[in-house]
Design a protein around this ligand. Sequence first.
Ligand code: CAA
Length: 380
Amino acid sequence: MDFDLTEEQRLVRDTARDFAAREIAPKAAEIDKSGRWPSEIVAKMAELGFLGMAIPEEYGGAGLDNVSYSLVMEEISAACASCGVIMSVNNSLFCDPIYKFGTPEQKKEVLTACAKGEKLGCFGLTEPMSGSDAQTMATSAEKVDGGWVINGAKNWITNGPHADYILVFAITDRSGSKVKHTAFLVPKGTPGYTQASPDHKLGIHGAHSCTVFFENCKVPDSAVVGNVGEGFKVAMATLDGGRIGIASQALGIAKASLETSVAYAKERKSFGVPISQHQAIQFMLADMAVELDAARLLTWRAASMKDAGTRHSMQSAEAKLYASEMATRVAHKAIQIHGGYGYSTEFPVERHYRDARITEIYEGTSEIQRIVIAASLLKA
Ligand code: CAA
């Protein structure tokens, strides 16, 4: 067991850290306040190869491993959690399944452009009436001559307002005892596929999500991703990777909360000394550091297993569960250390607290992660 990063992983992490400090962190408060889509940062992340990190170079990706992906996600999210999830959705929820399940044509035309960041992808699983119980979706696709006609709505679609493609899941067979789903690749602009305006949210204001609609949206047979009737497995396998991305986003939010707290505790004085000299503050900082490290090790383990090609559903769920709840606890303590200033927008910790909260919800709530973990335990 080796806990050391490789030379290449360190280099990738340092590149991301430097880029995030120079080009993202100075804008993060403004992006949060204005709620604007950070298009110039998305373009620079593309130039650096951060939008298709674990996709082979032949398909436009950076050809790196998933540990590197986690490291970069942490650094980008520490500066701006909105930029982190924009990156995570394109990498984990779009490029990864097209690489794993897509046809050679889909890989050549769609994956290559999205992994390079010339185009952007999103993932359509959740619906207004089906989130955690994803199989019960209402969206359906009916087989017609030469293709499929999709009808339904998907919501909370991160990147939805800006994405050039959506990987969407629909029921294609209700005849047996179990419904069967199929995954489809739909380009923006396809007649019948429309996007509502962006949602209003507690945090990650720069990462736009929206509801999308399919009204008699006809796609050719070549739009099917993976096998007909096996779409649910495509979705679940994709989320095994996506949860590593969100765990890494949570690591970044917690890291930023801790670093800001350490700096503040050394500066701020009370009772005649910097508050860092009070044991009450030291204990909070120590607990934050321990929890952050524990979450990081869980996340790196899941990423390493993905790199090794080992099934990692349980390990990804453990990482996502622990890292997301940890990020909320750490950001909560960061506000406490900052006192009244922590509650104001003068300091970034209130933003970290708001941004942390979503990591406990999207790509499977904490309760869903517990279901996945318990199911693995009981099966074993
Ligand atoms: N990999 C491959 N196959 C898998 C799998 C995995 N990780 N997990 C399950 N499957 C297979 C099962 O083997 C089973 O196959 P068979 O029918 O052949 O036996 C099939 O899928 C159904 O599995 P389950 O019976 O376990 O399914 P379930 O209905 O009980 O649901 C669940 C399981 C874990 C609760 C699942 O519904 C789930 O993960 N829900 C949460 C959904 C979610 O995370 N949504 C997030 C949306 S994306 C998002 O949030 C994006 C964003 O904005 C950033």
